[in-house]
Design a protein around this ligand. Structure first.
Ligand SMILES: *Cc1c(COP(=O)(O)O)cnc(C)c1O
Length: 451
């Protein structure tokens, strides 16, 4: 029988997270304090994050145990299935074998609860009553709303205004799970009020929403802040994805020549890729690891590798990363997520060391790939996920041309059920494309911190 799904029993779910920091050939650059520009200590981060998460952020331990309570909630939707894309292979007439890890099965519909749940858990354990966060398309906000409802924590979400208006269903999900959601820029913070005073029509950005959420949480004893991507501990929580894939590929009797994922801040990419990178670094495997970003926000392929602010107002830590500049304003034409100005320090470091590859793709071809996928595999994918599908299809087409039988694994990071207006725009020919102009990268230099 031709197996379609490789399902692991619950007892095979990973019980530890993998920390790539233990295996890096060179250590990560430290975070810097946004005011003093000196390396950050744990005490600097304590107003924002649970101490256990701060420890994980800098830990050099290879494995960190997943708490029992977190495992119990993970088991509601983990292990997630690995699919062999037999119908897509047939549609492409390719000799390649294509596999995808299916993170759509979480209650929020994406990989994001893998980090939202432990973040809520550690904050609850340390006595925190309230969390704040930002969200772009609403995937992270809804995942954290889910996690906060399970641990009985209050949540306030600053949602980028353009998405707040275009994606009401994600806001409704957050409210269903009991969170409060406001459009950013809002009148609730100094950063929001300043942005609105400068431009009443400011449609927001992730960098600005982060400033609002940080400003809200930092002075309050009862509150912490949570970030859904970028940080080391977030990528580490996501490594349950790749660890499961290693076992499932073994069930399939194959090993990937390529591992592909889309990148916004880097968390779903890190989740699937880091356990395979561990095999490359320690066991001599030679899997190509490919990060796919949008041409409209090409931090890894066109950005500068530099210390930059994590947010617009310069309140969040300064990180060494590939960046388009913290005042980056995403073009409103772009429908999907993946629009953060920076990139995870781990993913940036790996790119700099030549251990991973990166490529940028235009939006229209990503929707074309998503439609091909929907009409062969059946599933309707998130616009972010369509970037990974595009790259996987491109590699499978190359195999058709060369006759090579490569094994391609990609991360299906989430479903697109709340993104149908973007599909509608694509199908009716109204979706436009935008390539970030190379000249603009120089502009970003003017707002980099002097370190
Ligand atoms: C948030 C999101 C992404 C991008 O975020 P990363 O941190 O880069 O993974 C990709 N896919 C889906 C479905 C998402 O919700």
């Amino acid at each position: 029988m031709d197996t379609i799904k490789y399902n692991l029993p619950e007892k095979e779910m990973p019980t530890r997270w993998y920390n790539i920091q233990a295996d890096l050939p060179e250590p990560l650059a430290p975070y810097l304090h946004p005011a003093t520009k000196k390396p950050l200590g744990p005490a600097d981060l304590a107003p924002l994050f649970a101490m256990e998460l701060i420890k994980q952020e800098v830990s050099q331990e290879r494995y960190i145990d997943i708490p029992e309570e977190v495992q119990k909630i993970y088991r509601q939707f983990r292990p997630s299935p690995l699919y062999r894309a037999r119908r897509l292979e047939a549609a492409l007439d390719t000799p390649a074998h294509i596999y995808y890890k299916f993170e759509d099965v979480s209650p929020a519909g994406s990989h994001k609860p893998n980090s939202a749940i432990p973040q809520a858990y550690y904050n609850k354990k340390e006595g925190i009553k309230r969390l704040t966060t930002e969200t772009g398309a609403g995937q992270w906000g809804s995942s954290l709303a889910l996690a906060c409802s399970l641990f009985d924590i209050e949540l306030k979400v600053y949602m980028v205004k353009v998405s707040y208006q275009q994606k009401p269903y994600r806001r409704m999900m957050m409210e269903t799970w009991g969170a409060k959601c406001v459009a950013s820029p809002s009148m609730d913070t100094n950063s929001g009020r300043a942005a609105l005073a400068a431009d009443p029509n400011n449609m927001g950005s992730l960098g600005l929403a982060i400033s609002e959420a940080v400003e809200d949480a930092a002075p309050r004893e009862d509150s912490h802040y949570a970030l859904g991507s970028v940080l080391n501990h977030v990528l580490m929580h996501q490594t349950v994805i790749g660890q499961e894939c290693l076992k499932q590929m073994e069930m399939a009797g194959e090993y990937p020549d390529m591992v592909i994922a889309c990148v916004g801040g880097g968390s779903n990419f890190g989740g699937i890729a880091l356990p395979f990178l561990h095999e490359n670094l320690t066991k001599g495997k030679k899997t190509r690891i490919i990060a796919v970003e949008p041409s409209s926000c090409p931090s890894l392929t066109k950005g500068l590798y530099a210390y930059d602010y994590g947010d617009v107002a310069g309140m969040a830590p300064i990180a060494k990363m590939f960046t388009l500049g913290s005042n980056f304003m995403p073009p409103p034409v772009h429908a999907g997520g993946l629009r953060y100005h920076g990139m995870s320090p781990i993913v940036s470091h790996l790119k700099k060391l030549g251990l991973i590859e990166a490529r940028a793709v235009l939006q229209l071809p990503t929707f074309e790939a998503g439609i091909t996928f929907a009409r062969s595999e059946g599933f309707i994918s998130a616009p972010e996920t369509n970037h990974a599908i595009r790259a996987a299809i491109d590699e499978a087409i190359k195999c058709r041309e060369t006759g090579e039988k490569k094994v391609i694994l990609f991360n299906h990071s989430g479903h697109g059920h709340f993104d149908m207006s973007a599909y509608d725009a694509y199908l009716s020919g109204k979706l436009t494309d935008y390539e970030y102009p190379a000249e603009k990268v120089k502009e970003a230099l003017s707002c980099l911190p002097q370190t």
